[in-house]
Design a protein around this ligand. Sequence first.
Ligand code: M6R
Length: 608
Amino acid sequence: MCGIFGAVSSVDIQKDLIEGLFKLEYRGYDSAGLSLISKSSKIKRIRCTGKVKELKKLLSTSKVTGKCGIAHTRWATHGIPNLRNSHPHNSGPFSIVHNGIIENSDELKLILIKKGFKFTSDTDSEVIAHLLASCVTKKKGLLEIVLAALDKLKGSFALAVIHQDNPDSIIVASNGSPLLIGIGKSATYIASDIHALISKTKKYIPLEDNELAIVSRNNVSLYNQKGKKITRSPLITKQSSKTVSKNGFKHYMQKEIFEQKDIIDRVIKDRLGSKTILPNIFGPKSDVMLKSIKHVHFVACGTSYNASLIAKYWIEELSDIMCTAEIASEYRYRTINVPNDTLFVAISQSGETADTIYSVKKAKSSNYKSILSICNVPESTITRLSDYSYLMQAGPEISVASTKAFTSQLIALLLLSTTLSRSSAKYSVEYEIVKQIKTLPKILDKTFELEKDMKIMAKQFKNKHHTLFLGRGASYPIALEAALKLKEISYIHAEGYAAGELKHGPLALVDKDMPVVGLMPDNNLVNQVLSNLSEVKARHGLVYIFTNKKMKLKKNDKTKIITMPACGHYIAPLVYVIPMQLLSYHVAIFKKTNIDQPRNLAKSVTVE
Ligand code: M6R
């Protein structure tokens, strides 16, 4: 799960490589490195542990220059984040960078060691460099050598290779991990995503699975895995290269939390009419397609999966359609039965999550009626693979902890659930839902006022080791999301539970030091949640209740009530998640963690 950038130009490219890596740091930030082919046809490699800024510092004091090179920012999969495991990896005349996982690396390593190759890292990627060197024969050209090596590799990879005697080209290959070739006026670039390219060029070719390319300054030649030339016209991206600033906020996460109201304003303007949802917001002719749907199958990871769980409640409440929500890393490996007229929906902020991409590929070869994706990044792999797509228009989400992407996904899913309800004989609540969505901006303004309470609460949480979040109905996935946020950025162990599950095990954890948060919007489940919270109080647990129910709950030392603004039933999850995000943020502030780039994580999970 790493970022790859490279360039072949008529001028020195070090600055371009660093600039490209900065844009890809969301894919990993454990270590960074680059290789350039010098004037004397030698490969010059510089690597460091830590972030790209460390590499930039190193480079400023070195004399390494070159017009052709590859660069990498790493998220460790095989081998700890240290210098020897940093990319590029070299062998003989080759230097390589890799994103993905080589599944047969152990096997290949044994063979290569027997042939006399010396391994200097614990990575699976180093195998590729030695494999290339082992395939060199006098008769083979560079393309044939790379083809011979690729033939032996099992697993997923986006790969970039330079060879010291070929100072004018980079060879790239892809299978299951994205790699794009950017065609500039006086240089050609390679990158893991479009954002790293757009400040250089808008013209690009995405490599498909099992393709490779020889990339030089003025030319790109594409090949299939048998070495047969392919032709494909470049695409032109519609995206612009705006840089994203913190806009006066201390962290991207904080800025993104407070942006949620503007995103909802945008949805109201762009997707809603006066009383109904605008036609075909899920793509051309999507309304007709959605009318024929009898089942919906959501697949996603992390926060995006939590969003899909809420949609399951909405869809089954609003229509006769049966709905399942599933984690992508499970879906991709299991046997599936797909009833007729099932819609497959992939949800992904980045559109580049490996497990979700594989799931979409699997779905494409199964009996689904259509594949719809809900993504934030236009032209991402998942968007390109889908029949229909809905762009969340949340703007770049930089913080690893997802906040505004979650609410944007929820809005998209509420619109999808409502559109699907049109075909149901049960009833139509479209007017009501549109009305509720339009009340959201004002309600969110009031909800943000709770920040001061969340700061006080965060102080009480900062030294805790465990926390439970409880909810029922659509608040249960909000409990999951709240726990994910807290553990992700404050490193406090937190779990989300359906409140009714408490007595089936987790209650054993409750003692006087355990804060338990109950999410309790005013609905038909209030009494059940209250009785679950009484079970906590009876075990001396500390209870925090978030509710807009007007009831005479007495505050005491063990029970704190946080009064939420009144809100409609359907939009409650979008409102109740806000204090959860603020709470996690302020706990992390107290704990002085790296909020935007928490330890061990990356923004986009591009390996399985
Ligand atoms: O880009 P995606 O939505 O596919 O990413 C899925 C998860 O990796 C992501 O939501 C992750 O759980 C977040 N960092 C949580 O805040």
